[in-house]
Design a protein around this ligand. Structure first.
Ligand code: KG4
Ligand code: ZN
Length: 351
């Protein structure tokens, strides 16, 4: 029986480069000593999305300084690192390889082990991160709503490497829907934060939009119909001609996304008997979602804890914490880069 992932203490230097953030962090178990994230938003925003070739090139230029900065911000030297960790997928192949080669080089040069981490397992572990402003959290079995640019999943998290996907999106991920709608409304890339800001000024019932699959028993999601409904609304009424009209449309879109996410999360909590909900991933930074989830969880007697904003989006601290848990549990295997892989794939699961 593997030890439960609780407070682990190995010192890990982790690298994350799966998409458009070059990140490095030093952690001791779930405690973050440093977390450096260099975003490539400025590189990609003029194209309205991530350009893979440009992402790889910018990771190459950033990875060494970002690792250096993580070490110096943590106040530690390379020889004091117990293990290195890196995101092995899913993600963009060229981008992943930059992080993997850097981590391999560091592990070889220092004769330390290298731990490969599934990006989504990293997001799951972001729930337990602590730092100077927040104590590290021990592992507790729970239900995770994992919402990012590429994923929308309800995951039963029973232990380290014991993940069961209860429901997932059948088409667009929630973050992808945010990004596509934002592009449609001329709000730039990435769209989530812009829509979230405008939604705070608008009325969520101003535009009637669908809640896909809300009344079906499945825990799956679908967001492409919602995106189309926004498009149809814009085609019919024209682009919003005032800030208020734009804010109302954003608020209505956000309410449609949040309603379904919260409704299905509550349904999954009831079905599994779990009493704790964590929302993780880039979209977990959404203010509307955080408020609605907190309110619904309290109302129905569940515990809800929001991941600190700085650990919602892609970062290496979450990769380090997941790696420390795997390392301390004695898991040893080669890093295996892959562009797509579900979190409940056999390679990720532990007995
Ligand atoms: O986890 P993440 O940083 O990268 C992936 O693994 O995909 O998530 C990025 C996604 C983007 O789609 C972005 O628009 C969305 O998270 N996002 C948000 C917010 N902040 C970031 N979506 C809604 N509201 C936000 N405040
Ligand atoms: Zn992510």
């Amino acid at each position: 029986m593997l030890p439960q992932a609780g407070f682990v203490t190995s010192r890990v230097l982790a690298i994350e480069s799966s998409c458009d953030e070059t990140a490095a962090a030093v952690v001791e178990g779930n405690r973050v000593l440093s977390s450096v994230v260099r975003s490539q938003i400025e590189v990609h925003e003029k194209f309205g999305g991530v350009v893979p070739e440009l992402a790889s090139r910018h990771h190459l230029g950033a990875v060494v300084p970002v690792v250096d900065e993580a070490l110096s911000a943590a106040g530690v030297e390379l020889p004091s690192i117990d293990a290195f960790a890196v995101t092995e997928g899913p993600g963009l192949m060229g981008a992943l390889l930059v992080g993997v080669q850097m981590a391999r080089g560091l592990a070889l040069a220092t004769d330390r082990p290298l731990v490969g981490v599934h990006h989504m397992e990293g997001h799951l572990w972001s729930a337990f991160l602590g730092d100077d402003t927040r104590p590290a959290r021990p592992f507790v079995p729970h239900l995770a709503l994992l919402v990012s640019g590429g994923h929308t999943e309800l995951v039963d998290v029973a232990g380290l490497g014991r993940y069961e996907i209860l429901g997932a999106t059948r088409d667009d991920a929630a973050g992808e829907a945010y990004d596509k709608v934002a592009k449609m409304l001329g709000l730039g890339y990435p769209g989530g934060p812009a829509i979230d800001r405008l939604a705070a000024e608008g009325c969520g019932t101003a535009v009637k939009l669908p809640r896909a699959m809300a009344d079906r028993p499945t825990l799956d999601f679908s967001f492409s119909g919602l995106k189309t409904a926004v498009r149809v609304h814009v085609d019919r009424t024209g682009s919003p001609d005032s800030r208020q009209a734009l804010a109302d449309l954003c608020a209505s879109f956000q309410a449609a996304v949040v309603d379904v996410l919260v409704l299905k999360a509550l349904r999954a909590l009831r079905q599994t008997g779990r009493d704790r909900l964590h929302i993780v991933g880039g979209v977990a930074a959404n203010r509307g979602l955080r408020e609605a989830a907190a309110q619904a969880a309290t109302q129905h007697g569940f515990t809800f804890e929001a991941v600190p904003m700085r650990y919602c989006g892609d970062n290496a601290a979450m990769i380090g914490a997941a790696a420390a848990a795997r390392f301390d549990a004695g898991v040893r295997r080669d890093v295996d880069v892959h562009t797509s892989l579900p979190i409940d794939d056999a390679r990720m699961l532990l007995p």
